[in-house]
Write a protein that binds this ligand. Structure first.
Ligand SMILES: C[S@@+](CC[C@H](N)C(=O)[O-])C[C@H]1O[C@@H](n2cnc3c(N)ncnc32)[C@H](O)[C@@H]1O
Length: 211
């Protein structure tokens, strides 16, 4: 069965994967994920982005563009919503183990369905508030997109990092440089400017580590 989006969205996805030096075989599972999101969006209001081309650019390629800075194998995606950036990262890196965490019940229900329907074996969905989540081990990378200001993210999710782990905050055009207000013991090591295929605007990725 074909999982095509629209000809223009499929082409954008194929071209974007190539620009990011990722395998073209990812196009099919990523398209299935978007189709599922679009189907559930009617009842669950998962994303305000409804057009497939925009979803490819703003959801899939934006999530995958951070890959060079993500260190595995244990990743946590905080406030993942419909699975962003977690699901695209999990599909691209099947050897990593990802926890996708969101406090919302509808998000968690959608994610569990997506993981099952897409046969994704390397994702665990957790419905919890990040500040209450106390897993057994720490994560190599704790990432978030559109979750909170950098300082809030650090305060709420810092406890999830392994001793050598990093926080990665995905930001839009502005990196919201509130790094001076970071909790004691944390510092911004770098703010990376990213180009996302198909998007004009530059994105930022703030990398935070323990002192
Ligand atoms: C704006 S959405 C971003 C969703 C997704 N990361 C994206 O980029 O599309 C923020 C998400 O954070 C979740 N959230 C807010 N506060 C949270 C908390 N304290 N713990 C866990 N999730 C939380 C919300 O339920 C929501 O799904």
């Amino acid at each position: 069965m074909s999982h095509a989006l629209t000809p223009a969205a499929d082409e954008l996805l194929r071209r974007g994967l190539s620009e990011l030096s990722l395998s073209p075989t990812l196009a099919d599972p990523l398209a299935r994920y978007l189709r599922l999101m679009e189907r559930w969006n009617r009842a669950y209001n998962l994303t305000a982005v409804r057009d497939f081309e925009d979803m490819v650019r703003l959801h899939l390629l934006d999530s995958l563009a951070v890959l060079p800075w993500v260190r595995g194998p244990r990743i946590a995606d905080i406030g993942t919503g419909p699975g962003l950036p977690g699901i695209p990262l999990a599909l691209a890196c099947p050897d990593w183990q990802l926890v996708l965490l969101d406090s919302g019940g509808k998000k968690a229900r959608f994610l569990r369905q997506a993981v099952m329907e897409l046969g994704i074996a390397n994702v665990v969905v957790v419905q919890d508030r990040v500040e209450n989540y106390r897993p057994d081990g720490g994560f190599d990378t704790v990432i978030s997109r559109a979750f909170a200001a950098t300082t809030t993210f650090t305060r709420l999710a810092g406890h999830l990092c392994a001793p050598t782990g990093r926080l990665l905050a995905m930001k839009g055009r502005d990196a919201d440089d509130d790094s001076e207000a970071l909790p004691d013991g944390w510092r911004v090591v770098a703010t990376h400017s990213l180009r996302v295929p198909g998007l004009e605007a530059v994105r930022h990725l703030v990398e935070i580590t323990k002192d």
